[in-house]
Design a protein around this ligand. Structure first.
Ligand code: PRX
Length: 663
């Protein structure tokens, strides 16, 4: 297997390049004219992209940047996101087109046309209104990957409510934080979901989230904002019930009339909040608005994925992440895509499950993450080779840097050497793809996201904010506003400005390192801050450190993201156990197991450290800052780097000796 960090350091040795196939280029949605048009008049380019949406009231102004860095795009127009994603297709005669081939993990399937979704979403919208929801109210959605998740998001959008989807892998504590921050009035959840052949309960986590967490905790009182919990029956498992608060979806939604007039909202009306890890301990509630976000999502989806009416598109992300928002729900549905929606994991009941689904539904476009590709590499190419993957014509990658070996494997084994690969760089903040090759237009290099999208202005700058020349690296920035940019952090303008706009004057700071190669093509190098990227999911070192020190055994904790062959990075924690703690097991493995479980309970399974090492000290500078760089050296089993800035340089020897002795 490849070593990701090593590969990234050696990216400049990568010289392979693949020109677009003429046959693909002949029919591609994108042409080089896109770049020309955007280069001549960027705002006009975005205006044309926005005009592909259905507007209730047309806009007259494209961009208002007078309150920078808060942008207003198309602000005097009105529209509705659900009308664009659903009603419009029915209105224009595409109602019979399949919107989703849903595949449940246990093997149940359901085919939903745009007309079916239209009916369901109107019932759901009426159900929400009957529960007292209206324009501007916040709704937390905590559901498995089932059609109701899509319907719930669109029903919120339909009535002008703001959804905040919380990934089902987050803990009750994380859910509560997000509910409180957004002051959600409603939580939409399910009894449970199917995960690796078992029923994973969700509703008890909602009950736990909403209850008082006890004296002295962060949540001594029960949640004040939530009035109702709307529960989808998915697994049929026993579920505790709070009369008056809890309502079944099939009681509140199914009997409703299937007619509902969408709420026409201003282009700048918030569409959703999505929480993501920042550089401090508390997750940030990023929010996106309607007109600009939808323009970015739909436009990029059309030209990056080359979507055609007879395509079957499958984005394997969960709707709980931005990729699911932009490239399952809004972008593809606005474009009238036929999609696969899969509830489960790639190896249930067998390691060929994804390829079986590709074969069964004749998937033509597949969008997934490098961590999945590396996992399949580990399982071996004999598995995908058992299935007919000849329907595939385009492959996408997102979420983390893709190492050239994984890129080449994806191209050869999954793409049969015929499918273009689009490595798409973007973030929750950017709302839509910012850097990617355009299939049929841009030549590709394994491991490079290549070039900014038309209409998007990115650069790589040095510490002083000056653009670096070709052949050098620095910080990735976006130099002009774009339609799908975040509009802020919910309730905290100051944090928005200081996080993204204070590093370099007038430029958006992405938090990623990047290199321009000799041709000026872009290579993303991972985060430059304390954000880790584990299996394409963002986590902050401090968030996990806070969780660890909240445990009575732990005096101090330092967390680093160590490179990992499959997950890209993995969480490695160094903990110092309190001398006065009671009942601490002698065995370091037992301590580690208990603390891993503690983090899972506090944040969610995705944050569980891969390794916890009990140490006697952690390296710090004279000003008391933990030197994570040195801990990463230990975690990655490398010689320790420069220790001259340490307050006590002997600490590193003590850590190494202690670990070797098995303490
Ligand atoms: O570090 C970059 C990495 O993922 C971060 C954004 O994470 P999130 O907001 O969770 O969104 C993930 C899905 C869009 C970025 O700051 N990242 C995302 N895509 C790529 C990437 N790194 C390298 N190459 C990519 N294609």
């Amino acid at each position: 297997m490849v070593n990701v960090a090593h590969t990234l350091e050696n990216l400049h040795h990568e010289s392979r390049s693949f020109r677009p196939h003429a046959a693909f280029a002949a029919h591609a949605n994108a042409t080089s004219y896109e770049y020309k048009k955007a280069g001549v008049d960027r705002l006009q380019y975005w205006r044309e992209a926005a005009l592909r949406l259905a507007w209730r009231q047309p806009f007259t102004e494209i961009l208002d940047w007078s309150d920078a860095p808060v942008a207003r795009w198309f602000h005097d127009g009105t529209l509705n996101a659900c009308d664009n994603a659903v009603d419009r297709h029915v209105r224009e005669g595409r109602g019979d087109r399949v919107a989703f081939h849903f595949v449940g993990e246990p093997g149940d399937t359901e085919t939903l046309t745009y007309s079916d979704i239209h009916e369901r979403v109107q019932k759901a919208a009426n159900g929400l209104v009957a529960l007292g929801l209206g324009k501007g109210d916040r709704v937390a959605i905590y559901l498995p990957q089932i059609p109701e998740a899509v319907v719930a998001m669109l029903a919120c959008a339909r009535i002008g409510a703001i959804h905040s989807v919380v990934f089902g892998g987050f803990s009750a504590e994380s859910l509560r934080q997000r509910i409180d921050d957004a002051e959600a009035k409603l939580v939409i959840t399910a009894d449970g979901g199917n995960r690796r052949g078992a029923h994973l309960a969700l509703k008890p986590l909602v009950d736990e989230a909403l209850a008082s967490h006890g004296e002295g905790t962060a949540h001594p009182e029960p949640c004040a904002s939530v009035e109702h919990v709307l529960v989808v029956r998915r697994t049929g498992q026993e579920t505790a019930w709070t009369e008056g608060r809890d309502v079944w979806w099939h009681d509140a939604v199914d009997p409703q009339p299937a007619e509902h007039e969408p709420e026409w909202v201003e282009a700048e009306h918030p569409l959703f909040i999505l929480y993501t890890s920042g550089t401090t301990g508390t997750p940030k509630g990023l929010f996106h608005t309607t007109g600009g976000y939808l323009t970015g999502a739909a436009h990029t989806h059309r030209i990056v994925f080359d979507l055609k009416p007879d395509d079957v598109y499958w984005c394997t992300a969960d709707v709980g992440w931005i990729t699911g928002h932009s490239y399952i729900v809004y972008g593809p549905m606005i474009n009238g895509a036929t999609q696969v929606l899969y509830e489960g994991t790639p190896n249930t009941p067998h390691e060929g499950r994804w390829w079986e689904i590709v074969e069964q539904f004749k998937v033509t476009i597949l969008y997934t993450a490098p961590t999945a590709i590396r996992t399949f590499m580990k399982w071996g190419e004999a598995i995908p080779q058992q299935f007919d993957l000849s329907s595939l014509r385009l492959l996408g990658s997102v979420g983390e840097p893709i190492n050239p070996e994984a890129w080449m494997w994806y191209r050869r084994v999954i793409g049969g050497d015929r499918c273009p690969i689009v490595d798409t760089w973007w973030q929750t903040e950017t709302g839509a793809i910012m850097i990617s090759p355009l299939p049929g237009v841009t030549a590709t290099k394994p491991g490079s996201a290549m070039t900014a999208m038309p209409g998007v202005c990115v650069d790589v700058v040095d510490d002083a904010g000056r653009p670096v020349p070709n052949g050098e690296g620095g910080y990735l920035v976006i130099t002009e506003p774009w339609p799908s940019m975040l509009r802020g952090i919910w309730g905290n303008r100051h944090r928005y400005v200081s996080t993204y706009w204070n590093h370099f004057d007038g430029m958006y700071f992405a938090g990623d390192g990047a290199k321009k190669d000799v041709d000026g093509d872009l290579w993303l190098l991972g985060r430059v801050d304390d954000v880790m990227n584990v299996s394409g999911h963002r986590l902050t070192t401090t968030e996990i450190e806070h969780s660890l020190v909240a445990h009575p055994w732990v005096a101090e904790a330092a967390v680093v993201g160590a490179s990992d062959e499959v997950t890209g990075q993995a969480v490695v924690a160094f903990v110092i156990v309190r001398g006065d703690a009671h009942g601490v097991p002698e065995d370091g493995d037992e301590v580690a197991a208990a603390l891993r479980e503690h983090v899972r309970h506090q944040i969610g399974s995705l944050a569980k450290p891969r390794t916890i090492l009990v140490v006697s000290e952690v390296p710090k500078t004279r000003s008391g800052k933990i030197m994570r760089r040195l801990l990463r050296d230990v975690a990655e089993d490398r010689p320790t780097g420069d220790v001259t800035t340490l307050a006590d340089p002997s600490v590193m020897d003590a850590i190494r000796t202690g670990l070797e002795a098995g303490t």
